[in-house]
Design a protein around this ligand. Sequence first.
Ligand code: AMP
Length: 189
Amino acid sequence: MNRMIILGAPGAGKGTQATILTESLGIPAISTGAIFRTNISEGTELGTIAKGYMDRGEFVPDDITDALVKNRLNEPDTDNGFLLDGYPRTLQQVGALDEILLEQGREVDLVVELVTEPEVLVERLLKRAEIEGRADDTEDIIRRRMEVYVEQTKPLSRVYEQRGILHRVDGLGSVDEVQERIQAVLKAQ
Ligand code: AMP
C-alpha cells in the first residue's frame, strides 16, 4: 500500500497531511504544485511557463505536467512507493499516470480523498496567503481555483471509486485528527 494519491480541494490540507504521511511511511511526497513553485523561484523555463497559469488559478497544461511527473516517477527513490499530492488533477492526467506506471509495471493502490466544505477552504486559503504570501492565494484566484477543482478534479474520485481503491476521509478537524483518520484507513488495508 505504498503507491498512493491524496485528493482534495485546494486548501483541504493535502500538502500538510502528505508531508506527515511520507515521514511515517518512508516514501517521497511528490507535489506538482511544489515542483512548479521551486522552478519559479529558480527562474527555470518551466517555472516561467507554469507561473503564467498558476497566477490566474488555471491548471498548467497536461502535457507539461505529465512529463514532469513521468521524470519524477523514474527517480529511484520512488521504488518503494510514493505519495502524489496535487496530481492527477484532470481525467487526462489519470490516463497519463496509468500509462507511466504501466510502463514501470506498477499501479496506484490507494487513493485518499480529503472531504471538506468549500466555505471553510476559502477561509483557510486566505489565511495561508497571509502566512506564505503565495501569488495564487488572492480571493478572486482562490475562487477560480475552486471552480476549476469542481469542474476538472472532483470527477476523479468517481474513477478511483469505481476501481475500488478510493477512501474518503473527513478533512474537517485538526491536523492530528485528520492524520489519525488517514492512518486508520492505512491500517485497515
Ligand atoms: P497546489 O500547490 O497543488 O495547490 O498547486 C498550485 C498550482 O499549480 C495549481 O493551482 C495549478 O496552477 C498548478 N498545478 C499543480 N498541480 C497541477 C496539476 N496536476 N495539473 C495542472 N496544474 C497543476
